[in-house]
Design a protein around this ligand. Structure first.
Ligand SMILES: [Zn+2]
Ligand SMILES: [Zn+2]
Length: 350
């Protein structure tokens, strides 16, 4: 039996191919895919802007939700038909990063949708090593598959948020209101921030307000800095989260932070980026500057719990869905920034 799969054959060569449907061997789990959301990282993988850890010929998709279709010999506690997703980071568990509790930055990591066949296919095999490592996550209750697929971006945002830990009553500024910025807004709200400011494109301010921002601005540069400082009596905010990979935001984030504030460069910047920064902003304000990339297995479990609880207002985040057979239209929708989050639904192609 074969299946449809979105195969990245090489740079700018993503195709809907026929592939042999995988059969689960000993210790493996086969998922029947229901949804796979697409993000900017997928575009960077397609265009070749990001090549590290990418295997030519891989099935793309790292934000997915499926259902257990079959299990291999020796797999226990994985019920057939259960809704599931995966932590996409398969870590080695023995490198210095893994041993230091940063498995998501593992020196030998392999990622679903990069090296391991991912979720943009009718079926996806969870390899034995991933099953044994606890990467498979069963949803505690039925969820809309497009929401369960968001467990991956939500888990990354949770890992980022753990770097700066918003406290009740604090003020937060989110630079960028794409899906990631919106998720940061929602988490800051859950953490008890009382002022949540966001900046982004005009069409994406309303969603920011819906997800918990107290105010949202279509401003950039000095105009934005002036606005934020005027709203905070010239003090700036406790936490600044950079969710757009624009190098000029690196220094602006430092300007927006209050004394003792925390700044997080959550977005990845284009390879080789440099930014001019005033180090005295960090020195005199005693700022704490952090980053964030990928997520731990525990973060994915937290993300699934949070999505299942309904406490994260993500219901309107997925604005466009396409059957997998309309892959090109889905990729175009992401590229042209139509709406917020775009999903392909392999189940609708069957
Ligand atoms: Zn992604
Ligand atoms: Zn490792």
């Amino acid at each position: 039996m074969d299946m449809q799969a979105a195969v990245l054959r090489g740079i700018n060569d993503l195709r809907l191919d026929r592939r042999e449907r995988p059969e689960p061997g000993p210790g493996e789990v086969l998922l029947r895919m229901d949804a796979n959301t697409i993000c900017g990282t997928d575009l960077r993988l397609i265009s070749g802007a990001k090549t590290a850890g990418v295997r030519p010929g891989v099935v793309m998709g790292h934000e997915f939700a499926g259902r257990v279709e079959a299990v291999g010999e020796g797999v226990e506690g994985v019920p057939l038909g259960a809704q599931a997703t995966c932590s996409i980071v398969l870590s080695c568990n023995h490198c210095p990063a893994c041993l230091a509790g940063r498995e998501h930055l593992c020196e030998n990591l392999e990622l679903f949708g990069y090296a391991i066949d991912g979720g943009m296919a009718e079926y996806m095999l969870v390899p034995r090593r991933a099953v044994e490592n606890g990467n498979l996550v069963i949803a505690p209750q039925e969820l809309d598959p497009t929401l369960l697929a968001l467990a991956e971006p939500v888990s990354c945002v949770i890992n980022g948020a753990n770097q700066f830990r918003v406290q009740p009553g604090e003020s937060v500024m989110v630079l960028g209101t794409g899906p990631i910025g919106l998720l940061h807004v929602a988490l800051a709200n859950l953490a008890g921030a009382t002022t949540i400011l966001a900046s982004g494109r005009p069409g994406r301010l309303e969603p920011a307000l819906e997800m918990g921002a107290t105010d949202a601005f279509d401003l950039t540069g000095q105009a934005l800095t002036d606005e934020i400082l005027s709203r905070t009596d010239g003090r700036g905010v406790d936490v600044v989260i950079v969710c757009v990979g624009a190098p000029e935001l690196a220094n602006q984030a430092l300007e927006l932070a209050a004394i003792g504030g925390r700044v997080n460069y959550f977005a990845g910047f284009p390879k080789g980026s440099t930014a001019e920064m005033d180090p005295n902003l960090i020195h005199y304000k005693e700022l704490v500057v952090t980053g964030g990339s990928n997520a731990r297995r525990a973060d994915v479990r937290t993300a699934v719990e949070l999505l299942s609880s309904g406490r994260l207002p993500v219901g309107s985040l997925v604005t466009h869905t396409f059957p997998l057979s309309e892959l090109d239209a889905a990729i175009t929708a992401v590229r042209e920034r139509q709406g917020l989050k775009v999903a392909v639904l392999p189940s609708e192609s069957r």
